[in-house]
Design a protein around this ligand. Structure first.
Ligand SMILES: Cc1cc2nc3c(=O)[nH]c(=O)nc-3n(C[C@H](O)[C@H](O)[C@H](O)COP(=O)(O)OP(=O)(O)OC[C@H]3O[C@@H](n4cnc5c(N)ncnc54)[C@H](O)[C@@H]3O)c2cc1C
Length: 285
C-alpha cells in the first residue's frame, strides 16, 4: 500500500535552544523514510516568520526533501504577505499551505488589524500575485471549524478556498474516520475534486490527546478517552494502545480512498515512525 499516495510530515519552528539542537537529527530521522514533503508551521500575524524560514532552510540543508511553508494571513498586511511570498519564491519554494491562522482571543475582534480576514482571501492574493507558480494547500475540517455556525456554512467557506485556487487540502486532526468520509461525500456532491489529505496526530499521552482535541474542536471518542485515562500510569501500554487506535484509523482511511496522510509530528520522530512502520508504508532505500 502507499506507492501512489502522498505522505507528508509537519514540523514547527523550535522555540528553545534544546529544540534547535534536536532539529537536524529530527529532520534526518524523519526524512529517512522518504516523505513527499515537510511542512513548517507559521505563527498568526507573522509572529515566527524567521523561525519558519530557518526551519525550512534546515529541511533543505539536512534532507533534500521538499520544504513547504505554512503562511497565515490574519493580522497581516498585503505588503507583508507579498514580501514573504517573494522570499519563498526566491528560495525555490513551490508549495504553500495557506491559512487564516488564529490571533489571540483579545485581538479577534472587528477591529483586528490586518488586510486579510479569511484564508480564501489569501489564496486569491497568491493567485493574483504569483499566478499558478505555487501549489496551494488549504485547511479542511471534517468535524467543522470551531468558529463556524454550522457544518453547511463551514463547507461553503471551504468551497470558497477551492474556488479561489487551492490545489489540495489538509484536514484538521480527527479520530472518527466517518467524519472524513462524510466530508468527502459532501465534496463529491459539490463537484470538488481536489485531494483532501487526512491530518493525523499520533496519540502519545492522555493529557495531550484531550488538549489537542479540545483545542481544535475534534472529537476524542469516549471509549478512547476512557482507555487512555485507564492507561495513564503505564506509558508502554498507553503508547501501544495509541498506536493501535491511530493505525486502525489510518488503515481505514487509506483503504477507503484517502489520497495519503499528513502527519502532525509535533517535532517528535518516534511516534510518527512507529506509525509508519505499523502501517507497512514503504521506506525509501
Ligand atoms: C493542516 C493545518 C495546518 C495549520 N497550520 C497552522 C499554522 O501554521 N499556523 C497557525 O497559526 N494555524 C495553523 N492552523 C490552524 C488554523 O490557522 C486555524 O484552524 C484557523 O482558526 C483557521 O484557519 P483556516 O485557514 O482554516 O481559516 P478559514 O478557512 O479562513 O476559516 C476560518 C473560519 O472562518 C470561516 N470563514 C471562512 N471564510 C469565510 C468568509 N469568507 N466569510 C465568513 N466566514 C468565513 C470558516 O467557516 C471558519 O469558521 C492549521 C490548521 C490545519 C488544519
Amino acid at each position: 500500500m502507499g506507492s501512489t499516495k502522498s505522505f507528508s510530515f509537519e514540523l514547527f519552528p523550535p522555540r528553545t535552544p534544546e529544540g534547535v539542537a534536536k532539529l537536524q537529527p529530527l529532520i534526518q530521522r524523519l526524512a529517512s523514510v522518504g516523505p513527499k514533503y515537510f511542512s513548517v508551521t507559521h505563527g498568526a500575524g507573522g509572529s515566527d516568520q524567521d523561525g519558519t524560514y530557518d526551519t525550512l532552510m534546515a529541511v533543505v540543508e539536512h534532507s533534500g526533501v521538499e520544504a513547504v511553508p505554512h503562511l497565515t494571513c490574519v493580522g497581516s498586511t498585503r505588503a507583508h504577505v507579498a514580501a514573504l511570498l517573494q522570499r519563498y519564491h526566491e528560495a525555490g519554494v513551490k508549495r504553500i499551505v495557506a491559512l487564516r491562522g488564529d490571533l489571540p482571543a483579545t485581538a479577534m475582534s472587528a477591529s483586528a488589524p490586518g488586510e486579510f480576514h479569511y484564508a480564501n482571501q489569501l489564496v486569491s492574493f497568491i493567485r493574483q500575485t504569483h499566478g499558478d507558480y505555487f501549489e496551494i494547500e488549504v485547511a479542511a475540517y471534517p468535524e467543522m471549524h470551531p468558529q463556524a455556525p454550522n457544518p453547511g456554512v463551514d463547507f461553503d467557506n471551504f468551497r470558497r478556498k477551492v474556488e479561489a485556487g487551492a490545489n489540495a487540502a489538509l484536514t484538521q486532526l480527527f479520530y472518527n474516520a466517518d467524519a472524513y468520509f462524510d466530508f468527502m461525500g459532501r465534496c463529491e456532491k459539490a463537484g470538488i475534486r481536489i485531494p483532501v489529505y487526512p491530518g493525523i496526530m499520533p496519540i502519545t499521552s492522555c493529557a495531550n490527546a484531550i488538549r489537542f482535541c479540545n483545542g481544535c474542536g475534534a472529537d476524542l471518542p469516549r471509549w478512547v478517552r476512557l482507555r487512555l485515562e485507564e492507561l495513564q500510569d503505564d506509558k508502554p501500554a498507553l503508547l501501544d494502545f495509541g498506536l493501535e487506535v491511530v493505525t486502525r484509523l489510518c488503515d481505514t482511511l487509506l483503504r477507503n480512498g484517502a489520497p495519503g496522510l499528513h502527519f502532525y509530528t509535533v517535532n517528535q520522530a518516534e511516534p510518527t515512525l512507529r506509525l509508519w512502520k505499523s502501517l507497512g508504508l514503504p521506506v525509501r532505500q
